[in-house]
Design a protein around this ligand. Structure first.
Ligand SMILES: Cc1cc2nc3c(=O)[nH]c(=O)nc-3n(C[C@H](O)[C@H](O)[C@H](O)COP(=O)(O)OP(=O)(O)OC[C@H]3O[C@@H](n4cnc5c(N)ncnc54)[C@H](O)[C@@H]3O)c2cc1C
Length: 273
């Protein structure tokens, strides 16, 4: 058993499925995912993709404890392209037949990950830096003690995380959820044992999520808010919840999943990813 909470895994695409106008679900497997586990909820991991002219991502020595410095020292035009994604589902964990589902929100050919997902084929090779312990630092959804209700806001990139959160939510925590998606057919069932009210904000005609939340009554008296999506939107929502709703800062988890006008490489370079 590894003492580290994360490890590199070389995986292959097993199959892909278009699960909505905006989403491709890519299912990964391979010879070595036996140790891969997930803490569920918004479990994130690092995905490394090959450059266009490569069969597999070029990676630093996986046993190097400072792999990040080693990865950064590689030529950006050659090294694996690093992006952040969410474990949508992990099946048969601990077994050589383990399968990992990742839902990619497509945004055209602008980004290498979106572009890769649109054309991924069985056999395509990637590397992931994934968790090997259930309780790991890649899970951010952690309501503090005293929480009596949940507020979730997300865009398409954070919908997989919302699904993971709702699937594990305690029945004692009623939740209000706002999700921005480009198309009505991107909606899906969001099973939960908790009492949930989900508002889908569809396409350009829907009110911005900030406006929708501002107009709403929040659940409970000590809610925990988890906010993810485009960075500017996330900041504005957090400001609203702290300044106008009086929610304790410690009861808000906010994560920019992407930033308009910046690639994840730009964010890594400026130290904010
Ligand atoms: C913790 C975490 C978990 C995440 N989980 C998921 C997940 O499960 N599924 C998922 O689809 N995404 C997820 N994301 C978001 C994903 O990492 C980013 O969207 C990433 O930028 C995509 O990489 P790219 O190579 O396609 O685009 P990049 O090369 O990073 O960006 C290229 C350009 O596209 C823009 N851009 C990036 N994403 C979008 C978008 N969604 N819509 C419109 N423009 C965009 C950027 O602003 C930039 O201008 C997650 C992010 C984080 C931080």
């Amino acid at each position: 058993m590894s003492a580290l909470p994360f490890r590199f895994f070389a995986l292959r695409v097993l199959r892909t499925a278009r699960i909505g106008p905006t989403f491709v679900r890519v299912t990964f497997g391979g010879t070595e995912p036996t140790l891969l586990v997930s803490g569920g909820r918004d479990q994130r991991f690092k995905l490394f993709l090959p450059q266009r002219d490569q069969d597999a991502p070029v990676m630093p020595d996986p046993s190097d404890p400072d792999w990040f410095a080693a990865w950064r020292a590689l030529d950006p035009a050659v090294r694996g392209i690093m992006r952040t994604y969410t474990v949508r589902e992990l099946r048969a964990a601990g077994d050589a037949t383990a399968e990992l589902d990742v839902d990619f929100a497509l945004h055209g050919d602008l980004g290498p990950a979106s572009s890769w997902a649109q054309t991924a084929r069985p056999g395509d090779r990637v590397t992931i830096l994934g968790p090997v312990e259930e309780d790991n630092g890649g899970v951010d959804f952690r309501p503090p003690p005293g929480t009596d209700s949940i507020v979730l806001t997300a865009d398409a990139t954070a919908l997989p995380a919302v699904e993971g959160i709702l699937a594990r939510l305690s029945p004692e925590l009623p939740a209000k959820v706002w999700i921005e998606i480009p198309h009505a057919d991107d909606r899906r069932e969001l099973p939960s044992r908790a009492d949930t009210v989900v508002t889908w904000l569809i396409g350009d005609d829907a009110p911005p999520v900030l406006e929708a939340v501002r107009a709403a009554e929040l659940p409970g008296s000590t809610p925990y808010a988890w906010i993810a999506g485009e960075s500017g939107t996330v900041k504005a929502l957090r400001r609203h919840l702290v300044s106008e709703r009086g929610i304790n800062r410690r009861a808000i988890t906010f994560t920019g999943y992407w930033k308009r006008g910046s690639s994840e490489d730009d964010l890594i370079a400026e130290g904010s990813a």
